[in-house]
Design a binder for this molecule. Structure first.
Ligand code: COA
Length: 330
């Protein structure tokens, strides 16, 4: 392909799809199981309900539903995809990957499929990785999925964690398209990833194949995570603004990781992002880890908020710690 001078390849979003399991667990349901209250959960987190996977559903089941929906919106089939990345911390099996199972399920016969684990930042990490493949010109169309069944990692006796999380999946189809090299281009304009392994003990799962040979349960120092989250998020979003010469004023939408409404509000305020530009869906699915950002995107697309040409800032932070931000023109 000959390209004009200054032209670049951009990873343009051409499809989105999501899937939430049917079973709903409300705060009222949790009141019957634990010493907690709807008032406490709502006030501290903004969460009202979460979806819980059925016994016969696996992460690959959720991911495949979301993938099919995203492919349908893009008008494509599995065979049209040459890169599939599933961001997940809750795979069906230690191996093979969820991605290769989805690959088979959607009839993607070529290309490459792999999982990526960055916990709640997983979707931003997977999107950034896909963007590198697409803009390098080695791959043409990517399916990036965030899919989790966090309910199976929860200690249902620990009220400090089990009220926060839920299950779900969402998928995005991206296509390499030529752009002019400016922020007027459609597609991923910049992406920034960070990690700092010193924070292990603040948010982790106390099991795994090489330690306990069990899947383990989530352990968290909630207050510590909260304190660091706002600083980390604002820092990496500022980096995305600086790299593109854009500001909060230029944004049409801020689509943050849906962990906690108070973290979202505090981050938006620190970044001077107007409240009406903030997409918040945490009330309706809780923290779905790697699925949270694309679930929020899918909701804001479905109800007509995000339109072609809109400038959208995505961000997330999670265990590790890992955190990242991506600026995308729809
Ligand atoms: N219902 C009722 N009370 C609860 C409770 C629940 N579900 N969970 C904890 N509490 C209690 C605690 O036991 C504690 O009681 P005590 O004062 O008698 O000891 C009290 O509430 C305050 O606990 P604390 O953990 O200090 O509350 P908090 O204001 O920090 O809120 C979180 C807790 C988890 C909501 C908050 O820290 C948070 O959102 N952290 C970030 C978590 C997150 O988003 N993690 C994922 C990042 S990807």
């Amino acid at each position: 392909m000959t390209r004009p001078q200054n032209a670049v390849l951009r990873s343009v979003v051409i499809g989105l799809g999501s899937y939430l399991p049917k079973r709903i667990l409300s705060n009222a349901d949790l009141e019957k199981m634990l010493d907690t209250s709807d008032a406490w959960i709502t006030q501290r987190t903004g969460i009202k309900l979460r979806h819980i996977a059925a016994d016969d559903e696996r992460t690959s089941t959720l991911a495949t539903h979301a993938a099919r929906a995203a492919l349908a919106e893009a008008g494509l089939e599995g065979k049209d995809i040459d890169l599939l990345i599933v961001a997940t911390t809750t795979p069906d099996y230690t191996f093979p990957s969820v991605a290769t199972q989805v690959q088979a399920a959607i009839g993607m016969t070529g290309g490459v499929a792999f999982d990526l684990q960055a916990v709640c930042s997983g979707f931003i990490f997977a999107l950034t990785t896909a963007d590198k493949f697409l803009t390098a010109g080695s791959h043409k169309r990517a399916l990036v999925i965030g899919a989790e069944i966090f309910s199976r990692l929860l200690d249902w006796k620990d009220r400090g964690t089990c009220v926060l999380f839920g299950d779900g999946a969402a998928a995005m189809v991206l296509e390499a398209q030529p752009g002019g090299g400016t922020t007027a281009d459609r597609g991923v304009l910049t992406a920034h990833l960070r990690s700092d392994g010193r924070h292990f003990s603040k948010l982790y799962v106390d099991g795994g194949p090489s330690s306990t040979q069990t899947a383990g349960h989530i352990r968290m120092e909630g207050r510590e995570v909260f304190k660091l989250a706002v600083t980390m998020i604002t820092d990496v979003v500022e980096a995305a603004f600086a790299a593109t010469g854009t500001t909060a004023e230029d944004l049409d939408w801020f689509v943050p990781h849906q962990a906690n409404a108070r973290i979202i509000d505090a981050s938006a305020e620190k970044l001077n992002i107007a409240p009406q530009k903030v997409v918040k869906t945490v009330a309706f699915h809780g923290n779905t880890s790697a699925a949270s950002v694309p679930l929020a995107l899918a909701a804001a697309r479905a109800d007509g908020r995000i339109k072609p040409g809109d400038l959208v800032m995505l961000e997330a932070m999670g265990g590790g710690f890992t955190w990242g931000a991506a600026l995308v023109r729809w």
